[in-house]
Design a protein around this ligand. Structure first.
Ligand SMILES: Cc1ncc(COP(=O)(O)O)c(C=O)c1O
Length: 450
């Protein structure tokens, strides 16, 4: 490896060869060892974020659960890391639940989300005796009740509600009637109807309320409004239905820094503000302080992830732009094409060279919209250079596809100068695993199987 590592002017660690270092490992060596595109996760950053959330709750003396929203990045190794750090887990499908159980994640700390859980998925949750199901709609109330009754088995649940507050980045809006496919409306009577259908059920125990108000949120005010709305409902239910909630889950959505335009708060600030407002409201009303649960996804793994690509072709459109193409694209990161997400990047092998060229980073998929970064200053690039795009740890690999039959990339964890492959790169053989040969004749007759 290298001698004295130093911070370059973009805040990235580089070594004596001017190479980017991630978790103490030379990124160019990682690209050589594992190939590209390659997702690299700095494990120490994930640990730091997890400890930031959990430690703040502990410092404030509040019972809490920090559930990793694993849709952000789900894999056996990630679940094992989450378990090591004492996190709980939010899963949203049978597939995520299956992976978590295979990883040995403690079932009693798993929370199951989703707006259309199938009967089979709910059975799976009962089989595994998970911590709770977050019930989303009336159909699901019926399913959970009948499955619990048929098995004479208890299940803890939260009710997901839409409090009429939607927050994204710096904007939040409050709406009377929220237009969302998720949850029971808090204001129009749906949530009340839900608690009536479940109160005093023999096997299904409602722990409390859940809401998730948006993503990439940089302010605490929207969480404050959400907490107020949910606590008020809990107080009302105590009076009306003699139901005391013991859990208030305020979801995820804490913003991270993708580019200089983003100015995230320290994770502890969100927690401090949330605890402050819930404590104040419960003291004022005499309501017993509930446990506070949160579900960070992006803020646990987003900035820990970097994608390494190899630079290939380029194309100049005179007076317009210069395209620089890499060996991945929307198949490993759909976010720029899907919702115009922005990223920062460096040439990992030319970290100390001046960024005097302006490029648009194009992917290799057959879509004109397959651009990973619209415009970015980089040193002059040549084929074979390694482009590192930062903050790709959330909703990158987990949303990856085989579009154009591109094999999905490998994923590597790095920490303290060590590296470990945690998801191997797909092969062309993997792409054919589920394909079956065509066995119909031209007339539509089935050929006899040999
Ligand atoms: C219910 C729920 N909880 C948590 C999250 C995680 O959000 P984020 O990754 O922005 O923290 C999401 C994201 O969609 C969600 O839907």
């Amino acid at each position: 490896m290298d001698g004295g590592a130093h911070l370059n002017f973009y805040g990235s660690m580089s070594n004596d060869q001017g190479h980017l270092k991630i978790g103490g490992v030379d990124a160019v060596e990682l690209a050589e060892t594992y190939g590209t595109p390659l997702f690299v996760y700095d494990v120490s950053l994930i640990r730091e974020r997890a400890r930031g959330f959990l430690g703040t709750f502990e410092k404030m003396g509040v019972n809490a659960q920090v559930a990793y929203a694993s849709k952000a990045f789900s894999s056996v190794a990630m679940y094992q890391l989450a378990a090591q750090e004492g996190l709980s887990l939010d899963v949203v499908s049978g597939g995520e639940l299956y992976t978590a159980l295979k990883a040995g994640f403690p079932a009693e700390k798993i929370h199951f989300h989703g707006n259309n859980k199938s009967p089979a998925e709910i059975e799976m949750a009962f089989d595994a005796k998970i911590g709770c199901i977050v019930i989303d709609n009336f159909y699901e109330i019926g399913l959970v009740k009948s499955i619990a009754e048929s098995r004479s088995q208890e299940m803890h649940v939260l009710l997901r509600v839409t409090p009429g507050i939607e927050a994204h980045t710096h904007d939040y809006i409050t709406t009377g009637q929220e237009d969302s496919k998720f949850g029971f409306d808090l204001k129009n009577g749906q949530a009340d109807e839900a608690i009536q259908q479940l109160s005093e059920h023999r096997y299904v125990r409602v722990l409390g309320l859940h809401c998730h108000i948006g993503s990439q949120i940089f302010e605490t005010i929207a969480f404050k409004f959400a907490a107020e709305a949910l606590i008020q409902k809990m107080i009302q239910w105590k009076d009306t239905y003699a139901h005391t909630s013991t859990v208030l889950n305020l979801g995820g959505g804490f913003g991270i820094r993708y580019t200089d335009e983003d100015q995230p708060l320290n994770p502890s600030v969100y927690v401090e503000e949330m605890v402050g407002i819930v404590r104040k409201l419960s003291e004022e009303s005499g309501y017993p302080l509930p446990e506070i649960w949160i579900e960070p996804g992006r803020s646990l793994v987003g900035d820990a992830g970097t994608t390494l690509y190899t630079v290939g072709s380029n194309k100049t459109v005179p007076s317009v732009r210069e395209y620089l193409a890499v060996d991945g694209g929307m198949s490993d990161n759909i976010r720029p094409a899907l919702y115009g997400a922005k990223y920062d990047a460096v040439l990992a092998n030319k970290l100390d060279e001046p960024r005097s060229f302006n490029y648009t980073i194009a992917g290799k998929c057959c879509e004109s919209g397959d651009k990973l970064i619209d415009r970015i200053s980089l040193p002059e690039a040549s084929p074979g250079d390694i482009l590192a795009i930062f903050c790709t740890g959330a909703y990158g690999y987990s949303m990856a596809s085989n579009y154009n039959r591109l094999p999905r990339p490998a994923v590597v964890f790095v920490e303290d100068g060590k590296h470990q492959l945690v998801i191997r790169r797909e092969t062309y053989e993997d792409l054919l695993l589920n394909d079956l040969p065509f066995t119909m004749t031209e007339r539509g007759d089935r050929i006899e199987k040999a």
